[in-house]
Design a protein around this ligand. Structure first.
Ligand code: RIB
Length: 299
């Protein structure tokens, strides 16, 4: 089972504070680090840590950050053969504030903007050899829709984590196997005129909504709504939790788990990921998830 992520690679400038500042407010920070990130790279690392065979498709700048980010992917067991280094644009950067069990993120795309149709065309024959392709919204949307089309034409399951939120054309929704927004993204993409249950039932076994401290929900083809509650955690940093959930869900569903098992697994993996600093810092191994799941099942 070979998984491909077509997505962003960033360096995260992450600062910890007691809470996230309000508009116009200045707060003291108490830790600042530059750590690997990018929703694409994070999801690839989440999968690889869990034992998946995964390749990253994306771009970095010809700079120290880019080299460090590629080296980090490799060190985590992600295949980087297809990552392109582009001249004249810096590696993507995210400015993250972490505080009080939450975070805010601003992303400057940099080299991620070079993940365009011509890059995909140059990689097409390789990309179409994968068993599942995973996308986010941190590369040009045109590329995201192009890859969904390609995958659909070639009957390759494709998962879209639409973060950050942006409209998804109806035909792209139709061609996507799974769409995994968080609650805010779901509201922006699908509107707020339906309850969450109504929305899930409109897209059974396609739409998975991650709900932070309320867990994760989807609708089964039978019409049953499945809510997987959050696993309690000693939260240090929530950045990357959604990426862990997405990566783990893709890996498990591609490996043949039922939707329920894949979501439980992914939910636990995401919760474990919040217990350490950095988007990738707390991403668990398969053994760590297994142990946590066993503990959860104990009476
Ligand atoms: O989802 C978390 C990620 O979003 C961070 O690693 C940051 O790079 C932004 O892309």
């Amino acid at each position: 089972m070979k998984l491909a992520v077509v997505g962003s690679i960033n360096i995260d400038q992450t600062v910890m504070a007691d809470r996230i500042p309000n508009k116009g407010e200045t707060l003291p920070g108490h830790d600042l680090q530059f750590v690997p990130g990018g929703k694409g790279a994070n999801q690839a690392v989440a999968m690889a840590r869990l034992g998946a065979e995964v390749s990253m498709f994306g771009c970095v700048g010809n700079d120290d950050n880019g080299r460090r980010m590629v080296e980090n992917l490799r060190a985590n067991g992600v295949d980087t053969e297809f990552v392109k280094t582009v001249d004249g644009i810096p590696t993507g950067i995210a400015i993250i504030t972490v505080g009080d069990n939450d975070n805010t993120i601003i992303v400057v795309a940099g080299a991620n903007a070079a993940v365009d149709r011509s890059y995909i065309d140059s990689m097409k024959n390789r990309l179409l050899k994968y068993d599942m392709v995973v996308l986010q919204h941190e590369i040009p949307l045109d590329t995201v829709h192009y890859v969904v089309d390609l995958c659909s034409e070639h009957h390759i399951p494709v998962v879209l984590n639409p973060a950050p939120a942006a409209g998804i054309p109806a035909e792209v929704i139709e061609k996507t196997t799974w769409i995994t927004p968080n609650e805010h993204e779901a509201a922006l993409i699908f509107g707020t005129d339906r309850t969450m249950e109504e929305l899930l039932l409109a897209y059974p076994e396609k739409l998975v909504i991650t709900r932070g401290s309320k867990g994760v929900s989807t609708a089964l083809a039978s019409g049953r709504i499945l809510h997987v509650p959050v696993r309690p955690a000693k939260v240090v940093d929530t950045s990357g939790a959604g990426d862990t959930l997405n990566g783990a869900f893709c890996f498990r569903i591609a490996s043949g788990d039922t939707i329920e098992d894949a979501l439980r697994y992914a939910n636990t993996a995401a919760s474990l990921s919040t217990e350490k600093f950095g988007a990738q810092g707390g991403m668990p191994t398969a053994t760590e998830v297994k142990l946590a799941l066993e503990k959860e099942e104990q009476p």
